[in-house]
Design a protein around this ligand. Structure first.
Ligand code: ZN
Length: 127
């Protein structure tokens, strides 16, 4: 699977959905490939009082459901297919579910990736 293919996987599940007046979902989609080569995806949830979560969270939950935790590469995109690097909370989650994910490649654009450890240096668990 190419970087473009993974971006397409993340984008095809985007599309704003409003299940209630207080909640929207699908503004962002994430897709990841595990060490075993499986692809998992997820969408964000925005809800009142800040109780939603990022698309990366739901893709990670889908991965954990299949008892995998090591991520090779990950991307998140909005409905316009613009790539969004993971927020600080997601960076922390990715690392805490498996320290090997320090080497996870985060897609920045079609030609560039950056590792999680470059985005999350001097991690508090390792100091
Ligand atoms: Zn996030």
């Amino acid at each position: 699977m190419t970087i473009q293919d993974l971006i397409n996987e993340a984008h095809k599940i985007t599309g704003k959905y409003r299940p209630s007046d207080e909640c929207t979902s699908g503004a962002v989609g994430a897709a990841l490939i595990t060490r075993d080569g499986n692809v998992y995806t997820g969408v964000n949830i925005d809800a009142s009082c800040g109780i939603g979560f990022c698309a990366e969270h739901s893709a990670i939950a889908e991965m954990l459901k299949h008892r995998e935790s090591e991520i090779e590469i990950l991307v998140a995109v909005n409905t316009r297919k613009e790539i969004l690097p993971p927020c600080g909370r997601c960076r922390e989650l990715i690392y805490q579910i498996n320290k090997a994910n320090a080497n996870t490649k985060i897609i920045l654009n079609l030609n560039d990736t950056i590792t999680l450890k470059e985005l999350l240096p001097l991690h508090w668990l390792d100091i």
